[in-house]
Design a protein around this ligand. Structure first.
Ligand SMILES: *Cc1c(COP(=O)(O)O)cnc(C)c1O
Length: 243
């Protein structure tokens, strides 16, 4: 199937899942996960209606950002962000989904202060409790969010998670329920300057489930562009080497 056909299929599935839980199809934001995808194929997806690009690696993103300068799209950074790359992420990102620790926040804040602007971010939560996944533990999320909210340069707009990689739907749903509950609790708590607009969860294998569990932002790669050759381990390093 062509990228255009894939895109139509994904949009249909998003609509079906949204309607099932009483949401409008347009309430669900589609982020195209474009790691390893070349710019020509990304352009095809843009022509098919995609308007948000989500990249995982800074070097790859910067290169594509240059090449796609003429396209009217938003750029999201969805991969693990090393603190020493924070400055480079700010060269292209309209939103960062993967903020999960204070040293990174300090780096982003420092640079944003110099540039005299603010940035929309999501807090990444490790709902699967896998050692290899980045993200703050659910139990520590509220206190991290309170700390991050003190930085005027960072606008917390919601939460992000990567669900458990398994065929067991019950376990997948459990991750998403954890994030939705946390989301609702934070709304309830009404933390100053913290907005809970976006719940970024759901990928090719689980986006319909994620929408049923309350997601309003899905990040989809394979279902749009086909299978990748590069192993995902390259994009999700199992070693937590960065502070
Ligand atoms: C690759 C990636 C996705 C999309 O994965 P697919 O299974 O190809 O849809 C979503 N989120 C993140 C953080 C990713 O790295």
């Amino acid at each position: 199937m062509s990228i255009k056909e894939n895109m139509e299929k994904v949009k249909q599935n998003i609509a079906t899942a949204a309607l099932k839980v009483g949401k409008k199809p347009e309430d669900i934001i589609l982020v195209m996960a474009t790691k390893t995808v070349d710019v020509n194929r990304i352009r095809e997806a843009i022509q098919a209606g995609g308007n948000i690009i989500g990249e995982n690696k800074i070097q790859e993103a910067l290169k594509k950002y240059q090449e796609l300068k003429d396209e009217k799209v938003e750029w999201h950074f969805i991969g693990h962000l090393q603190s020493n790359k924070a400055k480079d992420a700010l060269k292209f990102a309209n939103m960062i989904h993967s903020v999960d620790r204070l040293p990174l926040v300090e780096k982003l804040d420092h640079r944003l202060m110099q540039e005299g602007r603010s940035l929309d971010i999501l807090i990444q939560v490790n709902t699967s409790y896998e050692e290899s996944k980045y993200g703050v533990e659910p139990e520590k999320a509220v206190s991290l969010i309170k700390e991050v909210s003190k930085y005027d340069t960072l606008n917390i707009r919601g939460l992000m998670t990567i669900g458990l990689f398994t065929r067991d739907e019950v376990k997948i749903r459990k991750c998403f329920k954890v994030l939705k509950k946390l989301f609702d609790n934070i709304v309830q708590e009404g933390i100053d300057k913290v907005q809970m607009n976006y719940l970024s969860m759901g990928m090719t294998n689980d986006y319909q489930i994620a929408i049923e569990e309350g997601s309003n932002m899905v990040r989809i790669g394979t279902a749009i562009f086909g299978a990748r050759n590069t192993p995902d381990a390259y994009y999700w390093p199992s070693e937590k080497t960065d502070s």
